[in-house]
Design a protein around this ligand. Structure first.
Ligand SMILES: Cc1cc2nc3c(=O)[nH]c(=O)nc-3n(C[C@H](O)[C@H](O)[C@H](O)COP(=O)(O)O)c2cc1C
Length: 212
C-alpha cells in the first residue's frame, strides 16, 4: 500500500510551541514549495519569511484593526457578529515562530493578449481568466509546503483571511516587489499539544463523478 500518511495526517494548526525552527528546515520547505506545478511553468511566486515575533504580533494587530473596521460597516448586527466570529481564524498566526507570506505576480496568457487585441468581448476574456491559473499555482506551492512540513513534523496553517489588510501588512514589512501582490500566508511551527482534530471530509460519493 502507498503510504499517504503525510497527506492524511496534515491538519491546520493554530497554536504553536515556542520552538525555534532552523533556517535549513524553512529553506527545505520553500524548496518543496517551488517544486509545485505552475501554469506554463511561470513560477509566479515569491516567498517572504518572517521570524521576528514583534513584526508577527504587529501584523496580527493590523489584521485585527482592519477586521474591526470592516465589521463596523456591517448593515446588521447579525452580519457584524458573523464577521467578528472569525477574527481568531484571521490572527491565529500570531504565536507562530515563522510566518511565510506568499506573493504572486500575474500569470501571463498569450491567448488573452491575442483575443484582447482583437477586441474580444469581456465575457470571452472572463472565461479565459476564470480558472485563476496564477492563484492555482500559488495554491499548489502552498500545499507542497504544508505536506512537506507535515512529513518533517511541523504544524502549519494556510491562510488567506488576513489578506484584507494586505496594504497595511506590506507597509509594515517594507516589502515591495513591483507586479507582485500578497496572496496568502503560511504559519509554521511545532504544534501545541492536543490541538483540535482535523474536521471530517465530505464523502467521496458527494464530490466525485465518474463518467464511463
Ligand atoms: C485558500 C485557503 C485559505 C484559508 N484561510 C484560512 C484562514 O484565513 N484562517 C484559518 O484559520 N484557516 C484558513 N484555512 C484553513 C481551513 O480553514 C482548513 O484547511 C479547513 O478548515 C480544513 O481543516 P484542515 O486543514 O485541518 O484539514 C484556509 C485554507 C485554504 C485552502
Amino acid at each position: 500500500m502507498t503510504n499517504l500518511d503525510f497527506i492524511y495526517n496534515r491538519k491546520s494548526i493554530r497554536q504553536f510551541k515556542d520552538t525555534h525552527i532552523p533556517k535549513e528546515d524553512i529553506l527545505e520547505l520553500l524548496k518543496a514549495a517551488t517544486f509545485a506545478p505552475s501554469p506554463k511553468h511561470q513560477q509566479n511566486w515569491h516567498f517572504v519569511v518572517l521570524q521576528n515575533p514583534e513584526i508577527i504580533n504587529e501584523m496580527a494587530d493590523i489584521v485585527t484593526k482592519s477586521h474591526e473596521k470592516i465589521g463596523e460597516l456591517a448593515k446588521t448586527e447579525k452580519d457584524k457578529k458573523r464577521h467578528m466570529s472569525v477574527i481568531n481564524y484571521y490572527t491565529c498566526f500570531k504565536d507562530a515562530p515563522v510566518v511565510v507570506l506568499v506573493y504572486a505576480c500575474e500569470y501571463k496568457m498569450i491567448e488573452y493578449k491575442i483575443l484582447k487585441e482583437n477586441d474580444a468581448p469581456q465575457e470571452i476574456l472572463d472565461v479565459l481568466e476564470s480558472p485563476q491559473s496564477g492563484a492555482q499555482g500559488i495554491g499548489a506551492a502552498v500545499e507542497n509546503f504544508l505536506l512537506a512540513a507535515t512529513e518533517m513534523g511541523y504544524g502549519t496553517c494556510y491562510m488567506t483571511g488576513p489578506t484584507h489588510a494586505k496594504t497595511e501588512i506590506e507597509k509594515l514589512i517594507g516589502f515591495d516587489k513591483p507586479g507582485y501582490e500578497l496572496m496568502s500566508m503560511i504559519s509554521l511551527g511545532v504544534a501545541e499539544d492536543n490541538t483540535p482534530a482535523q474536521p471530517p471530509r465530505k464523502p467521496l460519493e458527494d464530490v466525485v463523478t465518474f463518467i464511463d
